[in-house]
Design a binder for this molecule. Structure first.
Ligand code: DAH
Length: 345
């Protein structure tokens, strides 16, 4: 009887361990475990029969069965490790990795060239005591035109080709000048010294020199002792800080409905220092902003008494300055979102 059981257990062990040698994958190994260590396995069957054996046989057979079970468990663990190691080696072989290859540099974001110029302008005027105000991209016709001394049906409106919205009286702002009225009304009767940067929109044919959207920076100073000398000095100072100490400026008479007198400001060409080059079209001068002393009607619309108060205003185009500085020949690059253009700045 004893021999029979012992023999049976030996056979079970032999069969199990031989089978185990042929196991190649984890899935197979799990099946093997169910077969040799599961509830219906032969080892367990023998264990269940132990109580039926004679008293002196029980401990011996018990020990032996436990031994077989342990051997199976150990075999299982060992095989599992081997299989996993082999799988890892296989995957390492397949996905070979050259750790000496240089890494790929992540693209670093950077500021848009217009934003860079905008910030520079804001910094310079900030140092001169101007605050930055923000307007909205849509305005009523009243603010965009009427309050700036451009009445309905007046031919001067043709200077600004306008995008109208589906809401009557509401337009995309054609310039940042409506901000003049907003900031005056917010501050009157106190003095004002602000710049108003913002995007402007015009219903225009897009060409290399004009886009239908562009930035403008409005400059505005209102107070009791503001005169043309201070105005020109401020512009001269701005030009020096922006383009260099020796740069000269000049004001040419021009017309804007909201200023009187009005002027166009030129800076001496910072590329050829006034000698004449293709960028300044051989004139030696670059046009960078419209400006003037504020029209009394506009001061009044802002809440100031023009007999007591005066003011100056200007409108600069940061894209234009950026184009001149970096020799950019086509304004359409600015909003075309081509990274090949943008990553140069
Ligand atoms: N708003 C004008 C334009 O878009 C620019 C301008 C000219 C602004 C003269 C001013 C100014 O404040 O005084 O063409």
């Amino acid at each position: 009887m004893q021999e029979e059981v012992v023999k049976k257990l030996e056979e079970i062990q032999k069969a199990g361990l031989t089978d185990l040698e042929h196991v190649q994958e984890e899935q197979q190994l799990n099946e093997w475990r169910t077969c040799y260590l599961g509830k219906k396995s032969e080892v367990l069957q023998v264990m269940k029969e132990i109580p039926d054996l004679s008293v002196d046989l029980r401990p011996k057979v018990g020990m032996l069965t436990n031994q077989v079970k342990r051997n199976f468990e150990q075999g299982y663990e060992q095989r599992l490790e081997e299989i996993r190691k082999a799988a890892l080696e296989r995957s390492l072989q397949q996905d070979r990795l050259d750790v000496t290859l240089p890494g790929r540099r992540p693209e670093k974001g950077r500021l848009h060239p217009s934003t860079q110029t905008l910030r520079e302008i804001a910094n310079i005027f900030g140092q001169m005591g101007f605050q930055v105000y923000r307007g909205t991209d849509v305005e009523t016709e009243e603010f965009n035109f009427e309050l700036l001394n451009i009445p309905k049906y007046h031919p001067a409106r043709d200077m600004w080709d306008t995008f109208f919205t589906t809401t009557p009286e509401v337009v995309m702002r054609t310039h940042t000048s409506p901000g003049q009225i907003h900031s005056m009304r917010e501050n009157a009767p106190d003095p004002v010294r602000v710049i108003l940067p913002g995007m402007c929109y015009r219903y225009e044919q897009v060409t290399s020199r004009s886009e239908f959207q562009f930035f403008q920076v409005e400059l505005l100073a209102v107070g009791k002792s503001i005169d043309f000398r201070g105005f020109k000095g401020t512009l001269q100072d701005f030009a020096r800080r922006m383009f260099g100490d020796n740069v000269r400026i000049r004001l040419r008479p021009d017309y804007f409905p909201f200023t009187e007198p009005s002027a166009e400001m030129d800076v001496e060409c910072f590329i050829c220092q006034g000698a004449g080059c293709p960028v300044c079209k051989h004139t030696g001068w670059l046009e960078i902003m419209g400006c003037g002393m504020m029209h009394p009607t506009v001061l009044m619309n802002g809440g100031y008494d023009p007999r007591e108060y005066t003011g100056f205003a200007a409108g600069l185009g940061p894209e234009r300055i950026t184009m001149l500085r970096h020799h950019i020949e086509d304004i359409r690059y600015f909003w075309a979102n081509d990274v090949r253009f943008l990553e140069q700045f």
